[in-house]
Design a binder for this molecule. Structure first.
Ligand code: ZN
Length: 208
């Protein structure tokens, strides 16, 4: 069984979306002064590889703990657009991939090639029409390799809202550098916070 880790490592150097809470990990107690080591961790709910709940972009909508865990585990398809120099993933690009109803879809773009050492304003995002298309297909989950599914500063909120209105969780901050287009088993479980708008997750793909 080959496992591919598609999560961004979390530490004090992890980049965050501008304006978000920085990641801070400090030793709370250490050995030998204490009999055990433990750390204090501060981070935002949209840190690193993380999941957006409907409550992230729609007031009064479902929080992350209300999304069934089955959305986060199971067959998924990675679509590779990393060789395209496009600004966003468009509906036309998606329709060429014959996406079926009820799939989990992960979008690989040149964001994964450029890496996650710094934040770039011009990251590849999901176009509004493309998000509506995936929402119409009742996708179980949509993931992308940018810290936001939406254009930086963009006025079109559909990349978030069209999916979240349908209670389709969005995974952001995936690192798909080591992943080829194809079918995998996905495990991407959020931390068990209650009543929250999003949470970091450990995301892995298992080759079939
Ligand atoms: Zn988010």
């Amino acid at each position: 069984m080959k496992i591919i880790d598609i999560s961004i490592p979390l530490n004090n150097q992890t980049i965050v979306y501008p304006g978000n809470v920085p990641v801070s990990v400090t030793l709370h107690q250490s050995m030998p002064e204490s009999s055990s080591a433990s750390s204090s961790i501060t981070f935002g709910s949209h840190t690193g590889t993380h999941i957006d709940a409907p409550a992230h972009a729609i007031s009064g909508a479902l929080t992350l703990d209300k999304i069934p865990l089955k959305n986060f585990i199971g067959l998924c398809r990675v679509l590779d657009f990393s060789k395209e120099s496009t600004e966003s993933v468009t509906k036309e690009m998606l329709t060429a991939k014959n996406i079926k109803t009820g799939e989990r879809i992960l979008l690989k773009t040149r964001n994964s090639i450029r890496g996650f050492k710094e934040f770039y304003d011009d990251y590849v995002y999901l176009d509004g029409d493309a998000a509506e298309y995936l929402a119409g297909l009742e996708s179980l989950l949509v993931g992308i390799d940018s810290l936001s599914v939406k254009k930086r500063g963009g006025k079109d909120h559909r990349p978030h809202t069209s999916l979240l209105y349908k209670n389709i969780p969005i995974v952001e901050g995936l690192n798909l550098i080591d992943v080829n287009e194809g079918e995998y088993e996905l495990i991407c479980l959020p931390l068990s916070f209650t009543d929250i708008d999003g949470s970091p997750a450990r995301a892995i793909l298992i080759e079939r």
